[in-house]
Design a protein around this ligand. Sequence first.
Ligand code: PEP
Ligand code: MN
Length: 369
Amino acid sequence: MNDKLLTSITPLPFAGKTKRAPLIVAGPCSAESRQQVLRTARELKATGSVAVFRAGLWKPRTRPGTFEGVGHKGLEWLMLAKQETGMPVATEVATREHVAAALDAGIDVLWVGARTCTNPFAVQEIAHAIEGRKSVAVLVKNPVTPDLDLWIGAMQRIANAGVTMIGAVLRGFGYYGNSYYRNVPEWQLAIELHRRYPGLPILCDPSHMGGRRSLIAPLSQQALDMGLDGLFIESHCSPDEALSDSEQQVTPAMLSDIVGSLIIREKGLTSESLEMLRLEIDACDNELLNILSKRLNVCRLIGTYKREKGMQVVQTSRYDTILNKCLDQADALGLSAEFVKAVMSAIHQESAVALHGQGTPCPYLTLKI
Ligand code: PEP
Ligand code: MN
């Protein structure tokens, strides 16, 4: 198969002045009003570091009843922002109607969101709608699940439609339950994507990845350290009043500080095995902590239930059953019995505290390692 993603990709035209300077795409999660769009665009332009202005018009919200975007009428505001600031403008498309409306209005960059990327039918429909239209750049966010082939397949569909300016955006992956990140980074997918498609620009979206303002700077730095080509950051002139994703948006001034604090190293993306393995360790640790937190939360619920029913809170026979089951499993997984006993004992001790209610010490348990 002739892989057009491999053979026809060209650099994005808005790349930074110096070779290693990251391409910054920034703007509000959603366009909300003419005034909000123009004010945010002006302030972002004034930072001097933003290459492309973004704003969502059709918002793929997880639940109905939340703000789903202003739709077509926002196209005019984006074009005003472009005229006034000179910045190319980007918006998300999910249907053929979105593509036609955005291209007719003069939008420069389209992006395919994570939920849309997950559905090949939707991506193909977008690709057909772009075919034969004037040149446009398309950024494709990773699908919701960490499926590299699904992500690549989406970009191949866009490349097959004749688009040569394509970029990938790592925005992290969905997770069931509480997670430190809103979407787990899984950096190793970006590294592997780079290994397979060395010419493909890869951006990081630290806003949707972290889900909170405080994580934008560290995630951006990590992305640059890994050699990613740019950042896709949500910025709003008045983030606390934003109609969507308020907690993860920063003011243009904050964005400017974050970008100014980033250290650009002379090292590119690498698939060197040590780095890859370290990333996998980081991903495992992240998963371990999430699972431990989930387990303790269940213990708290059990504790409340038992206290309400007047039952004994810790039953040692239950612990013995759990431990024996774990030891059987440990053997099959190549883990030593001593190690698993030590880990389970520590978990049991903390669980007993959780069962008794937060802050109440458990009187009769000692950690035996
Ligand atoms: C967005 O960038 O506004 C967006 C909806 O992102 P994602 O598709 O990554 O959730
Ligand atoms: Mn958003």
